[in-house]
Design a protein around this ligand. Structure first.
Ligand code: FES
Length: 163
């Protein structure tokens, strides 16, 4: 099957983002961020499309997409969990929190579960060190996390999903 062209709905999403940024190639990072928000991740075909539309070498777009940790080349889960492993969180037990999430979800940091429900990522500092260890779920901060709090938070999330 011939590939290389994103499906129509994805093209529309990308076109909307490009228009919003007036096809300004200097805004490439913001454009990639918005496309990821729109499409959920950055498929190679989308990078190819953007490179062509903005007349930027594909190699440059690809290197930006792989350089920034915020960008993902694989589909992400409906819920994105970040566990901070920065120094302040680390000394307060962030690794135990991370292990609790990994055990609970059955995935490792950097992975997404098969049902595309959860993506687990680590970060180096979220700027809220006094509240560490910090975990962020879908942009919502949860401070002073412990293994037990992690377990109960994930249980509540799953219950909410099932409800
Ligand atoms: S080290 Fe975790 S928020 Fe700063």
């Amino acid at each position: 099957m011939e590939t290389g062209m994103p499906v129509l709905s994805v093209v529309e999403g990308i076109e909307n983002v490009l228009d919003r940024h007036q096809r300004d190639k200097t805004a490439i990072i913001a454009i990639l961020q918005d496309i990821q928000d729109e499409v959920n991740y950055l498929p190679e075909d989308a990078l190819r499309y953007v490179a062509h539309a903005l007349d930027i070498p594909l190699s440059k777009v690809c290197s930006l997409a792989t350089f920034y940790k915020a960008f993902s080349s694989k589909p992400r889960g409906e819920h994105v969990i970040h566990v901070c492993l920065g120094t302040a969180c680390h000394v307060r037990g962030a690794v135990r929190v991370l292990e609790a999430v990994e055990r609970n979800l059955g995935i490792r940091a950097g992975e997404t579960d098969d049902s595309l429900q959860f993506t687990l990522e680590t970060v180096n500092c979220l700027g809220a060190c006094a509240l560490g260890p910090i975990m962020v779920i879908d942009g919502e901060y949860h401070g002073q996390m412990t293994s037990a709090k992690t377990k109960s938070l994930l249980k509540k999330m799953r219950a909410g999903e099932a409800a």
